[in-house]
Design a binder for this molecule. Sequence first.
Ligand code: GLU
Length: 432
Amino acid sequence: MSHNDHVSLFDDALRRLDKAATHATIDAESLARLRSPKAFIEVSIPVRMDDGTLRVFTGYRSRHDDSRGPAKGGIRFHPSVSPGEVKALAFWMTCKCACVGIPFGGGKGGVIVNPQELSRLELERLSRGYIRQVADFIGPDTDVPAPDVYTNATIMGWMMDEYSKIHRRRTPAVITGKPIALGGSLGRGDATGRGAYYCIKELEKKRGWNPTEVSVAIQGFGNAGQHVARLLHADGYKVVAASDSRGGIYSPDGFDIPSLIQMKLDSRRLEAVYCHGTVCETIDAKKITNEELLELDVDLLLPAALENQITKDNVDNIKAPIIVELANGPTTSEADEVLSKRGTMVVPDILANAGGVTVSYFEWVQNRAGYYWTVEEVHQKLRPIMVSAFNAIYAVMEDKKVDMRTAAYVVALERIGEAIAAQGTADFFVKS
Ligand code: GLU
């Protein structure tokens, strides 16, 4: 994807803001403040490579808004990271945290790199190097990073350690999604998939589904995709298709998800089902492309990879009546219009994937208290947050006769607007 596409990703994100604003009670001043990030930095990160040469990587961090609390959001390592993409992702984080009512604003960071090309030592130097460059920009009370695409708990651990060294005090609350041994929270690993699963369980109640009759296709088999697949499969849902960056597999009778996950972990690719290993031979599947996966005739489509997957070019071929967005921004605003007119229900990213940041909030709370919860406590606290956000948004959708995304933005914007207006808007100052 080109740089320009990502610049327009932010404009596309603002289009949603404008649409939702017509249905929300929010002051014009608050809206104006949300149209650009509060702060944005670009850094260069020199890294000594294993062969002795130096490579200079480019990284970004956007603090979109912090009216409701410190900025919060992941760091992505990906070759197509760009300023526009990072700004859009940070904007979505502001809306996401407000949507589920956790006391954070929105931030996001990224480094232009394909981490698969780096050795582990190079990856560690890059991760620590990034933190050295943004150390004055982040902090437990200003901006708290976390994992995102192609970053993980190990990387968060290095980053927390680097920040702690710079500040000469152990500071676990500066970053979430850490290894458990370094102050991570139990239940953070599967939180994004689990949050989406709780949303699907609410839909199941509303629609009276029998899970064994519901077919599911999942685009992306990373952290979010694998966990939602595992939880749905355990309840009897039929996961008939899954894909990763190299392609997908399809089997109308549904996959045995635990073996699929094991295979992905062992080989790092789904295509391995075509190899001649023992597990491989037990799985009977047809090879499909990522594009074909999106167009399958399934009951539930779960995009769990990257942004801009459902666009004006393929939206007419999308057959699933329900889409649950585990990725950030998988549907463009143009495609959204078509889906909304056609009556396709989209459980939007800022609700469907908010389980991750919600357990990040729990991790931050536990770090600050120095007191750690059991995994049962984490689940017991996550579920009501997801369920009440889902139902509040569902009610706004029915009440205002809007699509679910617009309803989610209405809920989010009213909360953000309230926080901004609490410090006074023109209304208050002009009258006084
Ligand atoms: N990267 C995740 C997201 O997009 C998690 C962010 C966090 O936990 O702060 O929601």
